[in-house]
Design a protein around this ligand. Structure first.
Ligand code: FHN
Length: 447
């Protein structure tokens, strides 16, 4: 019995198909779910935006008062400093397009309860309580639509400022929802009313819930929320922070060394160490670090949601502009290896990330660092037509060693990197195959 596998375009490779996480609702129809998730699976790169009154003082979003680093009253005084005076949503959308991102997720309301749009459910909003004096969400959604960038809206289930929300400061709640169901129902009516505004006014492609950890699916009415979203837009997708009623996993900040449970997943990541604008946080990741993390994510079949934190006047910090423009230069040059691909080789075949074309006839090898010598491909059981450098088309020479003439076990492919082919960040090779990829997964020897 020869140990071989083929990687079929529509199914993720055998080593990644895992059952849905415990508690996740069974997909109503896996074909419909696959169709609904397809744009997300192909998108690969999104830009996360944390923009709120916390940018005024440059302190942590919501958590600064929740963790008692600043009083809630003093935190809310930031309302008076949120001007959006230099806010240009079209330039934001242009920068996002320039990064190569296919979707965006912006905080419509964080845990502090301050809405970016003119909600009718209360007056805690940018339009009503800040010098900006206007809805800053709608013009950005419009700008994204003009650029054909998918719209994701982050919505915090937690609302630590709402008088009828149980939670408030760390270790100090207003009340117990179970002990005062009428008060909890008043909050539910409020939060569902705001969510209805989000659903009907913005019709986002992606609902990015956050803060589900403070209450159960039943308390959040999660099943009903999912039903309401899909009833309004059957193509909408929901992130995995609705207490088990989402569509994909959302690992945060730390790269998953083993694949997340769900078939689709997205790593959300800051460019420095803060989600919102924090003047003292200058620990920005380099473009190479971001690109190498991005390559790892897509090699595992995920998306990267890379965060920026605009200032209170609406300008984007220069280091984040630099990261997004450098990332864009790389993503546009290597687009065929990124967008619309599927997860690449399982560990053991190549020392680095890889992706595959959906028909599995093109294998993309992402070269970590700047390899000086040849790189090795193991267990490739499909003939190679040619190997080229993505972005330049320059041919790369290769040789196969260790192939025993009468044994079916493939040899090792040693690939020379053209000396002038090195990308400033990460070089990608395209291995064009004569047929869909087959891999030898045996334990060596002559079988
Ligand atoms: O508490 C939030 C946090 O402020 C930030 O918005 C992140 C972004 O994914 N989500 C929560 C922490 O997981």
């Amino acid at each position: 019995m020869i140990n071989r596998i083929m990687i079929l375009a529509m199914a993720l490779p055998f080593w990644v198909c895992a059952p849905r996480a415990v508690g996740q609702p069974a997909p109503v129809d896996s074909a419909a779910l696959q169709t609904r998730m397809q744009w997300f699976a192909d998108a690969k790169l999104g830009i996360f935006i944390h923009w709120g009154i916390y940018a005024v003082n440059g302190i942590s979003e919501s958590w600064s008062f929740h963790n008692r680093r600043i009083s809630h009253d003093d935190y809310m005084k930031q309302l008076g400093g949120f001007t959006a005076s230099a806010y240009d949503p079209d330039s934001w959308a242009n920068l996002i397009r320039q990064s190569g991102a296919r979707y965006t997720v912006i905080t419509s309301k964080h845990h502090d309860g301050v809405a970016l749009w003119d909600t009718k459910l209360n007056d805690l909003s940018i339009p009503r309580r800040t010098p900006a004096g206007r809805d800053v969400l709608t013009p950005f959604v419009d700008a994204l639509r003009k650029q054909n960038i998918k719209v994701g809206l982050y919505f915090s289930l937690i609302d630590w400022s709402h008088p009828d929300y149980p939670g408030f400061l760390r270790d100090s709640s207003r009340y117990d929802a179970k002990a005062d169901p009428d008060r909890w129902r008043r909050f539910l009516a409020f939060y569902r009313g705001q969510l209805d505004e989000i659903i009907t006014r913005f019709n986002p492609d992606l609902f990015w819930f956050d803060g589900d950890w403070e209450h159960s699916a039943e308390e959040w009415q999660a099943a009903d929320v999912r039903q309401a979203i899909l009833a309004h837009n059957p193509s909408a997708i929901i992130n995995g922070r609705l207490q088990g009623y989402g569509d994909y996993d959302t690992p945060e900040q730390n790269f998953p060394v083993t694949r997340p449970n769900l078939k689709w997943w997205e790593l959300c990541l800051t460019t420095n160490e803060s989600w919102g604008y924090q003047v003292d946080d200058t620990t920005f990741k380099s473009p190479y670090e971001i690109i190498s993390i991005f390559a790892d994510v897509i090699a595992f079949g995920g998306d990267l949601l890379l965060d920026i934190g605009p200032k209170a006047d609406g300008t984007i910090p220069q280091p984040q502009i630099h990261i997004l423009t450098e990332l864009g230069t790389w993503t546009y040059r290597h687009a065929e290896a990124i967008f619309g691909t599927i997860a690449g080789l399982p560990q053991g075949h190549f020392y680095g990330p890889s992706t595959l074309s959906k028909d599995s006839t093109s294998l993309y090898l992402f070269l970590a660092g700047r390899p000086a010598g040849p790189v090795v491909l193991k267990g490739l059981d499909t003939p190679i037509d040619r190997i080229t450098v993505v972005g330049t088309g320059e041919p790369a020479t290769f040789k196969i060693i260790g192939k025993i003439s009468w044994s079916p076990v493939p040899g090792l492919v040693y690939i020379d990197i053209p000396s002038n082919a090195q990308d400033p960040y990460m070089t990608v090779l395209k291995v064009s195959l004569a047929d869909p990829l087959k891999l030898y997964r045996g334990k060596g020897g002559l079988q």
